[in-house]
Design a protein around this ligand. Structure first.
Ligand SMILES: [Zn+2]
Ligand SMILES: [Zn+2]
Length: 357
């Protein structure tokens, strides 16, 4: 049972179908009595806004999201109720926790046992297959919520929960070595600016690619060693090779929302290079040149968000000051204009929505 006063209704941003506009309205709060064992209710402080939320709302992917849908998967808040008869809960009432994309998984299949729980066939995804964090309260699962380090501000932690984990895991699994050049297109964006910092913290040399003076300043301030403005460059592949000593980068972590950026990496990576595919462009395929993939011995890898351990590690680096999210705090009512900004590519860093009032 709960010592917290939980209202019957809450403010939430709801999409009724992929054709409907986003609507902010009052919806019922899941009642503490209705929680199954293992479930918990979290009162949100804030939530980050991710490009994925826009894809989900628009139905951009081969797998459709539930409707009506409350999006959002970068939430931070307080556990205010835990389902009756929950055994050995790793979190307690009053704990501050994070809600990430992977809301729950079985933890017992081969994929879960191997730490690939994000690909579990029973996975539940926040703001996609279950309601997410664009609401004042969210139902989640005690085994999958992530404890937030004490010294971290909720708004600071929010964007680490998707953008941070995703960037961190992609670099961690890219088989890069200390001193390697890593190319990060989209370096001034939400995911990109965190990737610049994780890569620097992991001893890699960062070539940041994006456009505009504001994104350039941010990327260089956060530790990028070289910068290319893709709109100013007349020969991007040549410029990337020159910026990395002539041979090209060892690794490219591509988070772009367009497919061209993926194929291009095969052209500029040095022999033995690794192409890490992270972004999820709508209805896109990767048209890598097979001849050059073979003769340059290029490895093409994929990375999808992160598991519970990746989440802890990504948050830990941020809590120790190695990674800082550049964000703007806005009210829930700013969600629509944030989506428009994401579509146009004008959002610098991350937008975090204040859910407290
Ligand atoms: Zn996300
Ligand atoms: Zn599983």
């Amino acid at each position: 049972m709960s010592q917290f006063t939980i209202p019957k209704t809450m403010k939430a941003a709801v999409v009724d179908s992929t054709e409907s506009p986003l609507e902010i309205r009052e919806v019922p709060v899941p009642s503490p009595e209705s929680l199954a064992p293992g479930e918990c209710l979290v009162k949100l402080d804030c939530t980050g806004v991710c490009h994925t939320d826009l894809h989900a709302a628009k139905g951009d992917w081969p797998i459709p999201a539930k409707t009506p849908l409350i999006g959002g998967h970068e939430g931070v808040g307080i556990v205010v109720a835990i389902g009756a008869h929950t055994q050995d809960s790793p979190v307690q009432l009053g704990d501050r926790v994070g809600i990430k994309w992977l809301a729950d998984s079985c933890l017992d299949c081969e994929l879960c046992r191997k730490g690939l729980e994000q690909s579990c066939s029973k996975a539940k995804c926040s703001g996609f297959s279950v309601d997410g964090t664009f609401s004042q309260y969210v139902l989640s699962w005690v085994r999958h919520v992530t404890p937030i380090p004490e010294n971290m501000d909720s708004a600071e932690a929010a964007s680490i929960l998707c953008a941070g984990i995703t960037a961190y895991r992609a670099i961690k699994y890219s088989r890069s070595n200390v001193g390697d050049w890593i190319c990060l297109p989209g370096a001034g964006g939400g995911l990109g600016h965190l990737a610049v910092q994780y890569a620097s913290a992991m001893g890699l040399r960062v070539l940041a690619i994006d456009t505009g003076a504001q994104k350039k300043a941010l990327a260089l301030r956060l530790g990028a060693e070289a910068w290319i403005d893709f709109k100013e460059s007349k020969d991007l592949v040549g410029d990337i090779k020159r910026a990395t000593g002539g041979a090209g980068p060892h690794t490219a972590v591509i988070t772009a929302a367009t497919s061209a950026a993926y194929a291009q990496a095969v052209d500029y990576l040095r022999p033995g290079g690794k192409l890490m595919v992270v972004g999820l462009p709508a209805r896109a395929s990767l048209n890598a040149d097979i001849f050059f993939t073979v003769v340059k011995s290029i490895s093409i890898l994929g990375s999808y968000v992160g598991n519970r351990q990746d989440a802890r590690e990504a948050l830990d680096l941020a809590a120790r000051g190695k990674v800082k999210c550049f964000f703007e705090l806005k009210p829930l009512s700013a969600l629509k204009e944030t989506y428009e900004g994401l579509e146009k590519g004008t959002v610098v860093g991350r937008v975090v929505l204040d859910m407290k009032n």
